[in-house]
Design a binder for this molecule. Sequence first.
Ligand SMILES: [Fe+2]
Length: 134
Amino acid sequence: MNNRRNFMKTSLVASAGLMAAVSSSMACPNTPKNIFAYSTANQGRWEGKAGSHAPVITQIDGKITIETKHGMANEHYIVKHSIITEEGEVLGENVFFPSDKKALSTYEIKGKHTKLYALSVCNLHDLWITEFSI
Ligand SMILES: [Fe+2]
């Protein structure tokens, strides 16, 4: 019984260590700390999908618009947009439904920021990120 318990403990510790190593090695160089996301420069296993998944930022009259040029259908759609700071503070977010016509959201962000990140989540193709500043 003790051998089995020791084996289970060892396996759990080894698994946790492996997951931490995998997470840190997969981090994209252009993302805030502790967030893994694909980007135009780092499409990973979704090579060729940046055009329809990387968030596109437009700034007009102090308003920031995020668009993901992706279809919206029950089986495949953009789930959410967020804007976060380099420290991971969420400044705005918008949840979409498959019935929405577009993955388009608008935000008013106060002040100057040298590094902000727009995030877009696809239900099939994971999290995508675009860096920008205001
Ligand atoms: Fe997708």
